[in-house]
Write a protein that binds this ligand. Structure first.
Ligand SMILES: Nc1ncnc2c1ncn2[C@@H]1O[C@H](COP(=O)(O)OP(=O)(O)OP(=O)(O)O)[C@@H](O)[C@H]1O
Length: 255
């Protein structure tokens, strides 16, 4: 018997008026895996993940969550997905608690479950003090925004988490909390895909990695398969190409 992957990107393609941002991107996230999607700036990570979670319509290809097609059956697929998108737009006038309540009600969750999970999430993510003071999202730091974004992704207890740059602007103490949450999520049978530029973090956290460059998947497998005994950063640089600065470039600096 074969088991469906938890999450499957299958030939996802997007052409932005001549810029092929994603060129038949296929990545499978097995059940219980924490998969890192890494690639240089502009490689197509956000484009691929946005298509995979139903936020951006692909030109070709599809994505499946536990076998359910995200574009053919979005209601069922999205009930299983928790998403932290890049540049998440949040209702700025709400506090974190109000936002989670609003989000939960939109998802049709019972109010008492929303209240209990909100209290716990705000406490664990250390947003409870801001909540007590009535701080609104508009006043949040970038790291606080990431955290409330993660809380909204977790609130309905999804099976698959898709997190675009979850550690961006998050301080080291909070990053530990985020890592612990992710490990707990996977230990409880969930599956995660994160995009990140931070290779050490991917090596520490992920059991699988896919490297994407110029819209194409150039390596994909377990962390050890992709590393092949080297450091992930070295494999990454050799696959995506190194940019060095010639002697004469930036000569005006310090002149
Ligand atoms: N809405 C859009 N319209 C036109 N081009 C776009 C759009 N979104 C992305 N692109 C282009 O598609 C390519 C891939 O961008 P994308 O944001 O997916 O990369 P990324 O790997 O997430 O980059 P980063 O690590 O810098 O966030 C880039 O060349 C980008 O300029």
């Amino acid at each position: 018997m074969t088991t469906n992957p938890a999450f499957e990107l299958d030939g996802l393609t997007k052409d932005f008026s001549g810029t092929l941002a994603a060129d038949a991107v296929s990545v499978a996230v097995p059940v219980g895996s924490l998969t890192g999607l890494v690639g240089p700036n502009g490689a197509g990570k956000t484009t691929s993940l946005s298509m995979a979670v139903g936020l951006l319509r692909p030109d070709a290809g599809t994505a499946r969550v536990h076998g359910v097609d995200v574009w053919a059956d979005p209601t069922r697929a999205k009930a299983m997905l928790g998403v932290l998108p890049d540049g998440l737009a949040l209702p700025e006038r709400l506090t974190a608690g109000e936002l989670l309540r609003y989000w939960g009600l939109l998802r049709g969750m019972p109010p008492e479950i929303i209240a209990a999970r909100t209290e716990e999430l705000l406490r664990i993510l250390e947003l409870d003090e801001a909540e007590t003071k009535g701080v609104r999202v508009i006043e949040f730091s970038t790291g606080m925004r990431k955290k409330i974004g993660l809380a909204t992704a977790l609130l309905h207890a999804p099976k698959v988490l898709v997190l675009d740059e979850p550690f961006e602007a998050v301080d080291p103490v909070s990053a530990r909390v985020l890592r612990a949450i992710m490990r707990r999520f996977v230990a409880a049978g969930g599956s995660i895909v994160i995009s990140s530029h931070v290779m050490s973090l991917v090596e520490d956290l992920c059991d699988r990695v896919a490297i994407i460059a110029r819209g194409q998947v150039v390596a994909d497998g377990t962390l050890d398969e992709v590393r092949g005994g080297a450091r992930l950063e070295d494999v990454f640089v050799s696959l995506v190409g190194e940019r060095t600065i010639a002697e004469e470039e930036l000569a005006w600096l310090g002149s």
